[in-house]
Design a binder for this molecule. Structure first.
Ligand code: PMP
Length: 366
C-alpha cells in the first residue's frame, strides 16, 4: 500500500447490536454510540417502500435529479450546486480526493469527526487539528491563528461539533472564514443541522457563505434527523457549479442507490415527522444532561442529538463495562480526551437503560 495508507488510522465505526449480543449474550441492547434517530424514518416514506423495492432491477438515476430538485426547492440552492453522496462521509472523501495533494494543509478541530482527519491523511495532506477550550467550546483565537499562518487548502469542521455538540456563533464563523486566505475551500459539516437550526445561537452558514466570494461547501445528511442512516445518503451544497463539476469527476457514477434517493426525497416532503422527532430528542437531551450533571459529571452544552461528558475515569474501560451491560456508547481516545464519552440522545427508555447501567459500573468515587 502507499505510505499514507500504511500509516492511516482505522476509523472507529462502533459496534453493531448483533456483535454486542453475540459477545455478551445480552438480548436487549441499548445502542447509543452512533447518533441515530430511534424514532425512525417518515411513516409516509415507509408507505412507499414496497413500490420502491419493485424497481430495484433498474440502475439508480446517476444524476439523482429528483432528490436534488427537492433539495433545491427547500434550500434555495440551484440543482447544479448540489452533490449527492453515499452518506456525507463519502462527500468528505470526495472533497479530499478532489482538492488535496501531498503536503497541502488542512485545518480542523480536536476532538473531531474521525474522517475529517483520516481522509486528508490518506491524500498525504497535513491536517492540523486545533483543540477545543477546556470548557468544551471552539478555541477561536487559536483557530484564527491557524488559518492565518500560511497557505491553507481547506478549513473543515462540523457545526454543531461532533463529538462535542458545541456551536460556533454567526459572528465567530464569519470572522474565521474571512480570516482564511481567499482561495481556501471552506467546508462546514452540518450533519446535525436539523437539531441546531431552531436555536437562536445557530449560525446560518448559508447566509454567511452566500456573501463570500470564495469556494465553500455545506454538508448535510439523511442519517440523523431523517432516520435513514442505514440507507446512506448525504449531500453537499456548494458555492458554484464549477465546484459541483469537480466533485462529479471524482464521484462513483451510481454512488447512491435508488431506494436511498427516493426515501430521502419522500422524507424531505414529510417535514412534520422530522420536526417531531427532533423536538422529542431535544427534550430528552435536557433530561439526560440533567441526570448526568446530578451524578457530578461535566457535560458539554449540546446543540445536537448527543452529549459529550467527562467521565473522569478511563473512557475506554468504562465503555467496556457498559458494553457488558448491553449499552453501546463511544469513548474518546485522543490525547486530552481519554476520559470523555459521547452518548446519543434517544428515547427516554434508552436514557433510563444507559443511566441504570452507568450507576452499576461507574467507579464509586465518581
Ligand atoms: N459528519 C459528521 C460530523 C458526522 O457526525 C457523521 C456521522 N457520524 C457524518 C459526517 C457521516 O454521516 P453519514 O455518512 O451517515 O451521512
Amino acid at each position: 500500500a502507499r505510505a499514507e495508507v500504511r500509516q492511516l488510522p482505522v476509523y472507529n465505526a462502533g459496534l453493531s447490536e448483533n456483535a454486542v449480543r453475540a459477545k455478551y449474550g445480552i438480548p436487549r441492547i441499548t445502542k447509543l454510540g452512533s447518533n441515530e434517530n430511534p424514532y425512525g424514518p417518515s411513516p409516509v416514506a415507509l408507505d412507499h417502500w414496497t413500490g420502491i423495492a419493485s424497481s430495484l432491477f433498474r440502475y439508480p438515476d446517476a444524476s439523482a435529479e429528483d432528490l436534488r430538485e427537492e433539495l433545491s426547492r427547500q434550500t434555495g440552492i440551484d440543482t447544479d450546486r448540489i452533490v449527492i453522496g453515499n452518506g456525507s462521509e463519502q462527500i468528505i472523501r470526495m472533497i479530499c480526493e478532489a482538492f488535496l495533494s501531498p503536503g497541502d494543509r488542512l485545518v480542523t478541530v480536536l476532538p473531531s469527526f474521525g474522517l475529517h482527519l483520516i481522509w486528508p491523511q490518506m491524500m498525504g495532506a497535513r491536517a492540523e487539528a486545533i483543540p477545543m477550550t477546556a470548557d468544551a467550546r471552539f478555541d477561536l483565537p487559536r483557530l484564527h491563528q491557524a488559518v492565518t499562518s500560511g497557505p491553507l487548502k481547506i478549513l473543515m469542521f462540523s457545526n454543531p461539533s461532533n463529538p462535542v455538540g458545541c456551536l460556533m456563533t454567526s459572528d465567530a464563523m464569519q470572522n474565521l472564514i474571512e480570516a482564511c486566505p481567499a482561495d481556501t475551500l471552506i467546508v462546514i459539516d452540518e450533519a446535525y443541522w436539523e437539531y441546531a437550526r431552531s436555536s437562536p445561537d445557530y449560525a446560518d452558514s448559508l447566509t454567511i457563505l452566500k456573501n463570500q466570494s470564495r469556494p465553500w461547501m455545506v454538508l448535510r445528511t439523511f442519517s440523523k434527523a431523517y432516520g435513514l442512516a442505514g440507507l446512506r445518503v448525504g449531500y453537499a451544497l456548494t458555492s458554484d457549479p464549477g465546484l459541483t463539476a469537480v466533485m462529479t469527476r471524482v464521484r462513483d457514477p451510481f454512488n447512491s442507490n435508488s431506494a436511498a434517493l427516493e426515501m430521502a426525497r419522500l422524507s424531505l416532503l414529510d417535514q412534520e415527522h422530522m420536526h417531531k422527532t427532533v423536538d422529542a430528542t431535544l427534550a430528552e437531551g435536557k433530561a439526560l444532561k440533567a441526570a448526568l450533571e446530578e451524578r457530578g459529571y461535566f457535560v458539554a452544552r449540546s446543540f445536537a442529538n448527543f452529549l459529550f461528558f467527562n467521565s473522569r475515569e478511563s473512557a475506554s474501560a468504562l465503555t467496556e463495562r457498559l458494553l457488558e451491560q448491553g449499552v453501546i456508547v463511544k469513548p474518546w481516545k485522543e490525547k486530552g480526551y481519554e476520559t470523555w464519552i459521547r452518548v446519543s440522545i434517544a428515547r427516554p427508555e434508552d436514557s433510563q437503560a444507559f443511566l441504570a447501567a452507568l450507576d452499576r459500573v461507574r467507579q464509586p468515587s465518581h
